[in-house]
Design a protein around this ligand. Structure first.
Ligand code: UT7
Length: 330
């Protein structure tokens, strides 16, 4: 059976309107604009209102992506959503989004791979499209991290923001330059406890005590994660370039996960990239986990930096621990 080539047909983003600045955070915890800027590169992030859930942002981004594509909602035959902050533990946010889009019957599921979620979701969607099992896939990354943030922990509460990005993946026809060329995903569960939402699952169900101890919020050992992130993001980008016969010089763009400007700079340096080859929007949105890559990608398409045919590496690292990369021509 011949394999189909796969491309990203369109991509769009959705972010809450409300902005939370470093100055706002100075009023909540013992921190400073200067510390946050120099240690992370973040200046502000978006925060959802109490009525907004993950499916609302995905739906908004998906509608925009569909408008930019010739594919209609009724043509979608698979939905894959990367998130660790879905509307509910179950049912999946993908099923909720399917219903919001007014479509029925196609398979829909969520995947949990922390900040690497969008890379994992693209990898899964590509397999389904490649073998002809489906023809058009909605892939999204979304997080409402500000609802699982410990606002007493200055080590984490300054980092996270909310947002979503959604892409329509479809077959690339003969002669088309756009193509998802290759994907790479990896994980090492032995580091899982370094970045975790401890309570609310079967290991530690919700109780008065878990709420009082803030165990339903993000726990992260940032310093240890930082070192592994620098190595893993560099490795993931290096592997996907090397095994496809490219070097950093060939790249139009690196779209890295936006966790820390220092991690992004270290990755770019290892690949010998120039600053103008790297998409960075961490200063506006902070760390939006699964949403960070599609959000940065969509923004760069919207403002004309990323163009059709550009050679791009998407590169991520996150909870699990997980990491991965995608090599594509947009
Ligand atoms: O999304 C995927 C996974 N996540 C990541 O990849 C995140 C990786 N980690 C990081 O980005 C960084 O480790 C952080 C930004 C989280 C922290 O930066 P750091 O340079 O590693 O700082 P640190 O945790 O080593 O803390 C240094 C100092 C400490 O004070 P002392 O012990 O040296 O007196 C902290 O208490 O900075 C202090 N600190 C703060 N000070 C002001 C920690 N958070 C803050 C804060 N404001 N918000």
């Amino acid at each position: 059976m011949s394999e189909h080539r796969v491309k990203i047909d369109s991509i769009a983003k959705a972010t809450p309107e409300k902005v939370l600045s470093n100055a706002d955070l100075e009023k909540i915890v013992d921190t400073s604009d200067e510390w946050i800027r120099t240690r992370t590169g973040m200046v502000e992030r978006r925060i959802s209102n109490e009525n907004t859930a993950a499916s609302d942002l995905v739906y908004e981004a998906a509608e925009k992506a569909l408008k930019k594509s010739s594919i209609k909602a009724r043509d979608i035959d698979l939905i894959v959503i990367a998130t660790v902050t879905g509307d509910h533990p179950f049912p999946s946010t993908a099923c909720i989004v399917q219903s919001k889009l007014g479509i029925h019957g196609c398979p829909a599921f969520d995947i949990s791979a922390g900040c690497s979620g969008f890379i994992y979701a693209i990898t899964i969607a590509k397999q389904f499209l490649q073998n002809g099992f489906v023809h058009n896939v909605l892939v999204a990354g979304v997080e409402i991290l500000t609802k699982i943030t410990n606002w007493k922990d200055r080590g984490t509460c300054v980092l996270f923001g909310d947002g979503a990005g959604a892409a329509i993946l479809t077959e690339a026809h003969k002669g088309e330059i756009s193509e998802i060329i290759d994907t790479f995903i990896s994980a090492d569960g032995k580091y899982g406890n370094l970045l975790i939402q401890e309570a609310g699952g079967s290991r530690m169900p919700a109780s008065k005590e878990t709420v009082e101890k803030n165990l339903h919020t993000v726990y992260m050992e940032g310093n240890k994660i930082f070192k592994i992130a620098v190595k893993s993001m560099g490795d993931a980008a290096d592997i996907i370039l090397t095994r496809n016969g490219f070097t950093g010089e060939d790249l139009d763009w690196l779209v890295p996960h936006q966790a820390n400007l220092r991690i992004i700079d270290a990755t770019a340096k290892r690949l010998r990239l120039l600053p103008q080859q790297v998409i960075i929007n961490i200063e506006k949105y902070g760390n939006t986990s699964s949403a960070s890559i599609p959000l940065a990608f969509a923004e760069a398409v919207e403002d004309g930096r990323i163009r059709r045919g550009d050679l791009i590496v998407l590169d991520a690292f996150g909870a699990g621990l997980t990491w991965g990369s995608v090599l594509l021509r947009y």
